[in-house]
Design a protein around this ligand. Structure first.
Ligand code: NAD
Length: 503
């Protein structure tokens, strides 16, 4: 991201004026067939940020048709090198407008500007750059078959891909889907989350400006049960890529099964963040904070079950509490702010429900558990204080169900064997953290934990080159790195007789 200064007051002001957006289909900006619109809300104030055309089945049909025409038409003639160049151009355009996009992301989602500007936007740019380079490296194989035969494989694009994404990282999630799909030569119909459609639509403008042929990318905001369901069950798509809750992921898989559409799913988690007595405690406290309070706790990999060796429980809790209480909560546009509001009123209600449940289940509130008192417009925002519960048992619902908010469940353990059993006792398997100075134990844990990512003495680290995805009910398929190309290509095996003789 260029420039180190924070977003100017003018940019913040501009991003808080109501905006209007249409659907992006076949290279055109169009109203929904129904003429319907919906509002996207700024969660810091409850005010309307944008009025957005609402896609429904008829619009999804149009978008899928446009994507099909593009796939069978001009896009199939574009060389891998030129696909890479288009993606690289897009990365540059995003980079050039990073501040504006970050301000919009913050206004739509509520995440602190220091995160959208210095974490989300750089990750988006990196993603498009990485897959720009990947476009020319998608290769087949030659197979050593016996006899006078020649057998080779080619990797071809899957075709028209549907992509349904959540609200917690609106632009990052769009990048995770679009970059590998386009690098591999597919076309895409993208449905952003109804809570946060704005930056995906801004991305549509940049896709146009970069010069992608019409219909290669179509962006159709709308609600899950209408637009989302119409896309997932559409017989005209060849693949559906979904990131969101496990509950909806199951619906997607069911809908896709009807047409045997290929599916990849990145779903929920209830990840263990494990702190051994020999860990560097200050570092582990940082990791625990980062694990559960980053992005207001709305992270699929949130370290929401914190397992602490009972010998260091008191020290850990004292430091964890002190640091959690120092988190600066407030206007997400202020560059000093470390925590913004929850994304929506519904999400705030869900967090409150789980806090109530934790009390009922017998957990001990250490800090938080309520909304902060904020002044002015922010008083109507969906803020919630960083919350820690101790004396949690792994069987409690608060330790088993994904809250997707700033609520840490601290569970103590006595020995490693019992710990591993408990850490794995969950329907999820997205990620895990391990804090220890014992290298042998670190690798042993990495092997024993059933999760798609294990972080040792760190947490929430991602890179476009490193595969990401879940075990168990956290989903299937791996995004990022070379693995993402497998999701967006299919293998064709070609045989040639070299003998020239009849069979
Ligand atoms: P969600 O499942 O409610 O919604 C995700 C998307 O699915 C939205 O675009 C929504 O409109 C759409 N949708 C909802 N119902 C649908 C239906 N019946 N058919 C088709 N589409 C439908 O999830 P959310 O609340 O937006 O996001 C939070 C969830 O996402 C959490 O569970 C979180 O763990 C998960 N998540 C996972 C990852 C990951 O990579 N594993 C990353 C981010 C978020």
């Amino acid at each position: 991201v260029r420039g180190e200064e924070a977003v100017s007051a003018q940019q913040a002001e501009k991003s808080s004026m109501p905006r209007r957006y249409q659907l992006f289909i076949g290279g055109q900006w169009v109203d929904a067939e129904s003429g319907k619109t919906f509002n996207s809300i700024n969660p810091a104030t409850g005010e309307v940020l944008a009025e957005v055309a609402e896609a429904d089945k008829a619009d999804i049909d149009k978008a899928v048709e446009a994507a099909r025409r593009a796939f069978e038409g001009r896009w199939s003639k574009v060389s891998a090198r030129d696909r890479g160049r288009l993606l690289y151009k897009l990365a540059q355009l995003i980079d050039a407008r990073a501040k504006e996009l970050a301000a919009l992301e913050t206004a739509d989602n509520g995440k602190p500007i220091r995160e959208s500007l210095y974490v989300d936007l750089p990750e988006v740019v990196e993603h498009f750059e990485y897959f720009a380079g990947m476009a020319t490296k998608i290769e087949g194989e030659t197979i050593p078959v016996p006899g006078r035969l020649f057998n080779y494989t080619v990797r071809e694009p899957v075709g028209v891909c549907g992509a349904i994404i959540p609200w917690n990282y609106p632009l990052v999630m769009a990048a995770w889907k679009l970059a590998p799909a386009l690098a591999a030569g597919n076309t895409v119909v993208l449905k952003p989350a109804e809570q946060t459609p704005v930056t995906a639509l801004e991305l549509g403008r940049l896709i146009q400006e970069a010069g992608f042929p019409d219909g290669v990318v179509n962006i159709v905001p709308g609600f899950g049960e209408t637009a989302g369901a119409a896309l997932a069950s559409h017989p005209g798509i060849d693949k559906i890529a979904f990131t969101g809750s496990t509950e909806v992921g199951k619906k997607i898989a069911r809908a896709a099964a009807e047409n045997l559409t290929k599916v990849s799913l990145e779903l929920g988690g209830k990840s263990p963040n494990i702190i051994f007595a020999d860990a560097d405690l200050e570092q582990a406290v940082n990791g625990a904070l980062m694990g559960i309070f980053f992005n207001q706790g709305q992270v699929c990999t949130a370290g929401s079950r914190i397992f602490v060796d009972e010998r260091i429980k008191d020290d850990f809790l004292a430091q964890f509490r002190e640091r959690a209480e120092r988190i600066r909560l407030g206007d997400p546009m202020d560059k000093q702010t470390q925590m913004g509001p929850q994304v929506s009123e519904e999400q705030l209600k869900k967090v409150k429900y789980y806090v109530h449940l934790a009390h009922e289940e017998g957990a001990t509130l250490v800090t938080g558990g309520e909304q902060p008192q904020l002044e002015g417009a922010l008083a109507r925002g969906y803020f919630f204080r960083p919350t820690i519960f101790a004396d949690v048992k792994n069987e409690m619902r608060v330790a088993q169900e994904e809250i997707f908010g700033p609520v840490a469940a601290v569970i103590t353990f006595k020995d490693e064997e019992e710990l591993i059993e408990q850490a794995n006792r969950t329907i999820y398997g997205l990620s895990a953290g391990v804090w220890t100075r014992d290298i042998v134990r670190a690798h042993r844990l990495a092997r024993e934990i059933r999760a798609g990512v294990v972080w040792i003495n760190t947490y929430n680290i991602f890179n476009a080159a490193s595969p990401f995805g879940g075990y168990k009910q956290s989903g299937y398929g791996r995004e990022m790195g070379k693995h993402a190309i497998e999701l967006y290509t299919q293998v064709k095996s070609v045989w040639i007789d070299l003998s020239g003789r009849p069979l």
